[in-house]
Design a binder for this molecule. Structure first.
Ligand code: FAD
Length: 507
């Protein structure tokens, strides 16, 4: 059996790894000159920066991504570093205390800041614990078999009943039911600005899941009622270590990876995928095709609406995507830690998340004033910068299409404005910068060949259905960020694994 995989991001790499593990002939075609998609690490003048993921969920040996690495026998190819991050709002800062103050220290800290919200905070954290228990059992259920699966299903049901009443509520509804203070609501909803999704659109059950306490203090014990909390890791020396581990595995098992190979068309005969056509005109036949990448490009350009059922076309047309990012990578020759104490911190410049998302969607770029993050990978991986120097990434959510001007003509100006905001945190960034790489939404677009670049794929809005792995075309499977409702690296890798195992069952 001959399999073609389109794309060498972590979805494509995971698919190819599982396919060659079974001894099948697999070839990846990647349009860019390097592999890895948004999990690539870029290098310049002795500095290295990741262009995508930062602090990753799922990498511990007993978590989603860690289990995949163990299954493939490549866990020892990467080194992971457990960490947490800071969160700064206009009037207060949230950094883990020097001495550990227990798993609910944030709740107590917020009570000091907002005494009138004490009862609401107690209620919110009870809700948080209920959702976390439910998720912990669900995570175990995903891999359980036989009696264990039955036992876990029985266990999960009463837990679900406890939070069922929140199922159809949005994040905004949930926050309104716990708190009055907009500043406190923004603490828990700030991350939605990163997804470019409005609190009124985001599922309320997702609020605890996007504010897991271990992300703010790595000392919080993992073990909870029902299972374990997710924890967060960096990959030492950047995400490319993960990409290389997968690529090496594929090559060692007879798989092939071709870069600079844009797939322009998926060839279809009698509603069955039979091969691909590359931009250089070459045609390659295959029994199965597994495609990653943007849904619009894959289904409308590579396949064509005329080859798909109209209902399916409509569902892809109606997908709501996140917006893009403006990213500036710098190499600096001084120690930034007096200004930012850990490798990663999110800075919010507004409490109005709903309005900020609206403005971003309408093309209004905030110049960094409404928020950004600063990531200093060389703090956890000194090899990512020359001795005594640091690699820094400053980035923020940005509209894919600007309402005024365009990204080509405003590239330098908008990067400079973002750095002016970042300099309010770390002074001297521009003056002491030794090197710089700017990545606008257009750079991301060409890097991963999408119609419209959206930072994490589809927006996690209530009732949005991602295109399924099984496509209406026989022999064609769809994987990657836009086919997983969870998105993120761990979701993409675990989802791809499940898709390939399902596919094998049907062979
Ligand atoms: C800035 C940023 C920050 C992020 N932060 C996090 C984070 O902190 N935590 C987290 O878990 N996730 C994060 N993510 C999301 C996560 O990185 C992605 O969801 C995941 O890596 C997507 O993997 P993928 O393989 O689906 O897509 P991609 O990595 O986009 O790979 C798709 C590949 O397919 C290739 N391709 C597409 N079409 C074609 C074609 N026709 N022919 C040939 N090749 C083609 C592209 O060139 C690309 O290499 C972040 C993403 C970004 C961009």
């Amino acid at each position: 059996m001959k399999v073609i995989v389109i794309g060498s991001g972590l979805a494509g790499l995971t698919a190819a790894a599982y396919i060659c593990r079974e001894g099948y002939d697999v070839t990846i075609y990647e349009q860019f000159s390097e592999i890895g998609g948004v999990t690539a690490t870029i290098h310049k003048d002795g500095y290295s920066w990741d262009i995508g993921p930062l602090l990753l969920e799922g990498l511990a040996p007993d978590e989603k991504l860690g289990l995949v690495l163990a299954e493939l026998g490549i866990s020892d190819k990467i080194r992971i570093i457990q960490e947490d991050r800071g969160q700064i709002l206009p009037d207060f800062e949230i950094w883990r205390p020097k001495d550990y103050k227990g798993k609910y220290w944030r709740r107590e800290y917020f009570k000091q800041l907002f005494p009138s919200e004490s009862k609401g905070l107690d209620r919110y954290y009870r809700y948080y614990d209920q959702v976390m228990t439910l998720m912990a059992i669900n995570t175990r259920l995903e891999r359980a078999k036989g009696l264990e699966a039955i036992w876990l299903k029985l266990k999960i049901f009463p837990k679900f009943l406890k939070v069922k009443k929140y199922r159809d509520k949005s994040a905004a509804d949930i926050m309104d039911s716990f708190f009055d203070e907009p500043k406190l609501k923004a603490v828990f909803m700030g991350i939605l600005a990163d997804f470019v999704v409005k609190p009124s659109e985001f599922p309320g059950l997702g609020v605890p899941l996007s504010n897991i306490e271990t992300a703010f203090d790595k000392r919080i014990p993992k073990k909870i009622k029902g299972g374990k909390l997710p924890i967060y890791h960096y990959i030492q020396n950047g995400c490319e270590q993960l990409v290389n581990a997968f690529a090496e595995y594929i090559k060692d098992n007879g798989g092939k990876i071709h870069t600079n190979s844009l797939v322009e068309e998926i060839l279809i005969e009698n509603n069955k995928a039979i091969g691909i056509k590359l931009r250089n005109g070459e045609e390659k036949s295959a029994d199965i095709i597994i495609a990653s990448g943007g849904a619009h490009k894959i289904f409308f350009s590579l396949i064509g609406k005329e080859n798909l059922p109209s209902e399916f076309v409509k569902s892809v047309e109606n997908l709501v995507h996140m917006e893009s990012v403006l990213m500036v990578h710098l190499g600096i020759d001084f120690d930034p830690t007096p200004h930012q104490r850990a490798a990663l911190c999110y800075y919010y410049g507004t409490y109005d998340i709903e309005g900020a998302v609206d403005r971003c969607r309408s093309g209004d770029f905030h110049d960094g004033k409404q928020g950004f993050l600063i990531y200093i990978p060389s703090l956890h991986s000194p090899e990512m910068a020359p001795l005594g120097h640091q690699a820094i990434t400053v980035y923020t959510i940005a509209p894919y299409v600007l309402s005024k001007g365009n990204w080509n003509s405003r590239r330098e100006e908008l990067a400079d404005k973002l750095l002016i905001e970042a300099e309010k945190i770390i002074p001297g960034l521009r003056e002491r910068s030794k090197t710089e790489i700017i990545m606008t939404p257009l750079d991301f677009k060409s890097r991963i060949f999408v119609e419209k670049h959206s930072f994490g794929g589809l927006a996690p809005i209530m009732n949005q259905q991602n295109p399924p792995h099984r496509t209406p075309i026989q022999g064609l499977w769809y994987i990657g960020a836009q086919s997983e409702s969870g998105g993120g690296v761990a979701g993409v890798v675990a989802g791809t694994r499940n898709c390939i195992l399902k596919m094998f069952k049907e062979l």
